[in-house]
Write a protein that binds this ligand. Sequence first.
Ligand code: ATP
Length: 362
Amino acid sequence: MTAPRTFNIVVLPGDGIGPEVMDPCLDVLRSACDRAGGLSLSFETLPAGAGTYRDTGSALPDATLDAARGADAILLGAMGLPHIRYPDGTEIAPQIDLRGLLDLYAGVRPARKVKGIPSPLASPHAEEIDFVLVRESTEGLFASHHKGTIEDDRIARETLVITRDNSERLFDFSFKLAQNRKSRGSPGRITCVDKANVFTAFAFFRGIFDERAPGFPGLSADHAYVDATALNMVRRPWDFDVMVTENMFGDILSDLAAGLIGGLGMAPSADIGDDHAVFQPCHGTAPDIVGQSLANPSAMFLSAAMMLDWLGERHEVNACETAAEMIQDAVDAAFATGDLQPCEMGGHAGTKDIADAVLGAV
Ligand code: ATP
């Protein structure tokens, strides 16, 4: 019998509801890997976040960063607390710093409607919502993170940066993603979301998208302005397949996307680079519900499934993809009847109810 393939996963539970959703997630991962067979995950849990900053003076200790660099993948809960801040008043957000430090340029934010979870949209087409927003994650307006200035208490400035090299790899990543999804039955449509009618940087961004598009035949590539996109995401979100956009626009639109599929507790994400990747739910630390067992852990579970998928594709290990599918199917099965309604949506299912249901389904 061959030994199971082992992957080293650095686990950063973080702050607030981060640890509350991470604990059951590790159980779900262990169970799915056992069932899939031929696969094992070795978890190393390390400190990072606002609590770590308060206790040690560093939000991302060197030992944590070194381990993250050496890991096969990084699983992150959530980080930041409103009452713990840097001297300039900004929140502690090492998850944003990690994107720059590990060069994680593609923020992948899938929005897939799970049957049984209500959408705020009344249309029956809401059941068809299944798109991916790719948020550029290392530059755009966030290039200014920690670098904003205030002059004489009169003028504040932040600078948006778009570079050719980064945009080319971001678009290539997104076109490949659209091709991949097309091979699984999606329409093969990709939309560049920008504000090219007003800003030079976005005209540049759009121009690079147009240059790269012919290299990926079989896709329909188009553009949309970010304001019109916000409108159409509410009107006809089922028409979208893959969207690719700048960092700040992606930050905002991905919360809108989460709202369409029932809330942040259902929205997974991945920050992917050429050498590293971090998988974390779209949500933050939700200080308003911390410690009450109200957090929906589904986004964390679905992020873990994305991690397995990424590991499987990268290392050509089919068992990873099998385990990823098990987790996604288990989340779908847990909610399918509509009886399990997360507190976030006005229901009574707390963290443990949802975790037990998903674990049972795995
Ligand atoms: P960040 O800026 O770090 O992304 P945020 O300030 O946007 O964070 P969140 O912490 O994501 O805010 O919370 C936004 C709202 O969504 C809060 O009311 C919170 O309780 C709710 N929420 C977030 N995640 C979950 C979850 N997993 N389950 C239930 N409710 C959640």
